[in-house]
Ligand binder design. Structure first.
Ligand code: TYD
Length: 200
């Protein structure tokens, strides 16, 4: 089973992902951007204010393709539980927001289309929901993706994704304390794994 964690910068995703290591010691924990050289290229694009948004989309997508073939698919083939801190929805939400003023008519649909050809959808996605102002303040607004105006667009893209596939997403209020958020995520995961093993 593939479970992904999504949310705006500063939503506490990475803290939750760390905490889950103790709860699910046998799971395969992974993240995007990855630590491969593809991930290094992605990190250069994140830090470069002048990086071309379309080129950045393809760098992120290249990193995802490698992540799928080298980590995610082999682990799923071995029957492992895979928990990924960010995955394809980050591209749909963030790069669609970066590409709103581009020549692409429907960036979100375009990016989804690229993935459909080769990717593997998550079985469940835990969405840590916070408002863009809190997100920007918590993340320190240190790069172009962490600005409140941009994050507002990212959030509305996440909302579109949830509306399209409500059964895949579990929304958690990430304005709560870290302990409360971790508890809520653990409960959600427990339910998801129970329903998976009971064949629902
Ligand atoms: P990440 O390392 O998860 O940062 P954080 O832990 O602060 O959330 O991701 C780095 C940045 O890259 C983050 O601002 C979100 C962005 N991002 C995208 O724009 N598209 C993507 O596909 C991914 C995976 C991340």
């Amino acid at each position: 089973m593939l479970v992904t964690l999504e949310g705006l910068d500063g939503s506490g995703k990475s803290t939750v992902w760390e905490a889950l290591h103790d709860t699910y010691p046998d799971a395969v924990f992974t993240h995007e951007p990855t630590e491969s050289w593809y991930g290094d290229a992605v990190n250069r694009a994140i830090e470069d204010d002048d990086a071309d948004p379309l080129a950045t989309l393809f760098l992120f997508t290249a990193d995802h393709a490698d992540h799928l073939s080298s980590v995610v698919r082999p682990a799923l083939d071995d029957g492992e539980l895979v928990i990924s801190d960010r995955y394809s929805d980050s591209r749909f939400a963030y790069q669609a927001a970066s590409l709103t003023d581009s020549d692409l008519r429907r960036p979100l649909e375009y990016i989804r289309g690229i993935h459909t050809a080769f990717s593997r959808s998550p079985d469940a996605t835990i969405y840590l929901d916070i408002d863009p102002e809190t997100a920007a303040a918590r993340s320190g607004a240190t790069n172009k993706f962490e600005q409140a105006g941009y994050l507002a667009q990212v959030r509305s893209n996440y909302e579109r994704l949830i509306e399209a596939e409500p059964e895949r997403f579990v929304r958690i209020d990430a304005t709560q304390s870290p302990e409360e958020v971790i508890d809520a995520v653990e409960l959600a995961l427990e339910r998801l794994l129970d329903s998976d093993t009971s064949g629902e």
